[in-house]
Each structure stands twice: as structure tokens, then as C-alpha cells.
Design a binder for this molecule. Sequence first.
Ligand code: NAD
Length: 427
Amino acid sequence: MHITVIGSGYVGTTIAACFAEFGHEVTAIDIDEDIVATLNDGEAPITEPGLDDLLETHAGDRLTATTSYDAVPESDVTFLAIGTPSNDDGSIDLGALEAAAEATGEALREKSERHLVVIKSTVTPPGIPEKLEPAIRNGADNNDAVEVGMNPEFLREGSAVTDFQNPDKLVFGTNSEWASNRLHEVFEPVLNAETPVVETDPQTAAMIKYANNAFLASKISLVNDLGNICKEFGLDAYEVMEAIGLDDRISEQFLRSGVGWGGSCFPKDVNAIITAAREEDYDPALLEAAIEINDRQPRRMLELLTNHVELQGARIAVLGLSFKPNTDDIRNSRAIPVIEALRSHGADVTAYDPVAADEMADRFPDIDYAPTAADALRDADGTLIVTDWDELRELDTEFDEMATPVVIDGRRCIERRNGIVYEGLTW
Ligand code: NAD
């Protein structure tokens, strides 16, 4: 098949490279010329394990990138993987996606064979009939050959390639058997007896994505709430969570308490579904509490630090800046409120991350960035571990070089040891 993927960010690049690996011919479209040039050079515009190899193999062959929408009518299926960032009120900004949807429709005006446009971006259910379908249809001048479907994405940054190639489930939101069959053809290489395919309508498919993320984010917030209570009692939340994870109804996953969830999806999606629910006059109390608990965790890290270090004029190392390991994505990383709080208390910050320092330097240009974790720790008056990169787990004698060896661990990255003052956030 020939597939067009519009938007070459974290999701678009990953799925374009994986579709090429499946054996499809892929055209990746983005308005950003630098991203297009990078892809055509066979390089990944983002850090994601396995992506460089796929692009090196397929760029210039089965995968080409361009800024033009000309390939859309030549292809069999078009995926829209455009960002849907938060507005200030928590709702999602559909502007970029609507523009791409309209341009896609325009490219399909003259198309006579049926063509499926699949929304890959995360959008609230009402956004499909109210905004996106009209944008595609108006662009296409109501060409009946154009159909719209929804195929939400569940990959996780940091393991995006493996997740996409080994999905727990596929959700096909379509309005016709033909559209569903097209999606089966696209995903044929990963479909096997063990891959559940949920066949539904586009709006239910969109809601499944929100329910999925709202559930996971709330699960972590619940674990963090319980973890904070454990800490108050002087107990180890990890021991408690390990035990409850043995209950099949709970499962052992997502029970690691810590400094909270971030990234481009959980905060945006939980806020979006809260705002969309409020527009229907529904008060989503549990989801609001999940956000409140998440906002609390970075503040609790600072409280623990101030029990040991006077922050005014102190030099504090912040280890880990990306929102989770194995990605350079800092969107809504917990490091951001942590750094903001440190600075508001008059501390000097030296930050370290294996890949995300440049991204963070755009956000905080006037803090120090160390080339290694050891450099960040040297002479520091305290350190906060914010992201559980594997290499941070290896740190040992480096802590001895600190001026005051106070370690507040937000991810249970290292163990208590002699010679350092160690505080776990919930243990
Ligand atoms: P992103 O911001 O990384 O990428 C979006 C890309 O779209 C950018 O490269 C941008 O230049 C491009 N773009 C914007 N307008 C365009 C236009 N008119 N034509 C062509 N390209 C255009 O976004 P992302 O993280 O890949 O997320 C995309 C969607 O997928 C979002 O709705 C997100 O919620 C959802 N999603 C993301 C993840 C994730 O882990 N990042 C996981 C599942 C779902």
C-alpha cells in the first residue's frame, strides 16, 4: 500500500518508519522543512530507540519526506498525526490539525477512488463531527469518495517503535466495512491471533484513547497519594505497592510512586477530557483530584530538600530533565516545576540529562547544564533525581564529591547508602 502520514513529530515519524518497515510505501509530510530534510537524510528528528535504524534502512527507498501534499491523492490511505496541544483553559487546540485536515481534503478534491483519511491525533469525541470531518469535507468540496476514520495511538515515547510494532490492541473507528478493511490491510503485518482489534465508530474510538490515558494517569496519582500517606507513616510505599500488584484486578504495572506524570499526553489529555466534560455540565471530580495530586509531587520534593538544605544561594543538581527515560521530550516534564520552584527559592541549578539538556536550555537558558551527572554533583549542596535514566542508577562514589550529600530521589533510582542523606519521595 501507499500511505501518507501527515505530521512528522513523535507519533508521525514513528508510524511512518514502522509502516515502511511493514513493507508499505510511505510519504511523510510536514510543514517543517528541517524535519523533512532530516528524514530524507535517513535520520530521526527525535530521540527514540530503534528509530534511527529504521530510517537509515528505508529513507530514500520506501520512505520519502516532503512539505507538499501532492502525494495524498496518489496514496491509498492518509494518516493525520498532527499535534493537538492544550489551550490555556485545558481544552485542546485543534487549529493545526484542522488546517492539515483541510489541506488533506483539498488534495483529495479530484480523487475518484475511495480514500480513507485516518485521524491518528488524540481528539475529544465531539471534535470529530464538529471540527475535523467538516474541515476534511469542506477541503474536499464534499467529495463522497473521501471517508474519515479514527485510529487512536497508544505508543509510549521511549519505546515507541516496539510499542507500535507489538500493540496491546488496535482500535479502528470507522463508518464502513470498506474503511475497516483498509485499516486491516495497513496493519496486516502486526495482526495476529493475539492482537485484539476493537472495531467501533470514530467517536467511541476517540473516547477509548481518553479513557485509557485518564485511567493510567489516575492510577499513578492514586499510587502517589497512597505513597505520600506511606511516607507520613514512615512506611515504604514500594513494599505496599508490590503487594497490591499481586491482585489481578490491580496488576503490577504503573505502581511506582514518585514525582508524577508528565509528557505530551497525560496532562494534555486529562485536562482536555475534564474541560470537554465540564462543557457538558459534568463535574469530573476524580480526574481533577488526579491533576491536583500530580501538581503536589514536585512541591513535596522541594519540601523534603528544604528539611536538609537552606535553598537561598545553594547549588542544587537536578538529574534527569526529560519527562521519562529514553526520550528527549521535555513537554510537561516534572523537571520544569522542580526547576521553577528551586529558582523561586533562590537556589542555583545545575541540570544534567543524557539527551534532553538542549531542549531544556530553550526553556531555562540561564541555569547551568553539566556534561555528565558526576559534573552536576560535584560541589552541589543537594540533588534531586527527577527522571529514572538507567545511567543514574549506576551513580555511586560521585555522590561523595557533593559539598553536602543530600539526595532527594523522586523515582527510586538509587538505594539508601552510607555517607549520604537520602530521602525517597514516598519511601
Ligand atoms: P508533535 O508536536 O511531536 O508533531 C506534530 C508535527 O506536525 C510537527 O512536526 C509539526 O511540524 C507538524 N505539523 C503541524 N501542522 C502541520 C500541517 N498543517 N501539515 C503538516 N505537518 C504539520 O506531536 P506528537 O507528539 O507526534 O503528537 C501527535 C498527536 O498524537 C497528538 O494528538 C498527540 O496527543 C497524539 N499522541 C501522541 C503520543 C506521544 O507519545 N507523543 C502518543 C499517542 C498519541
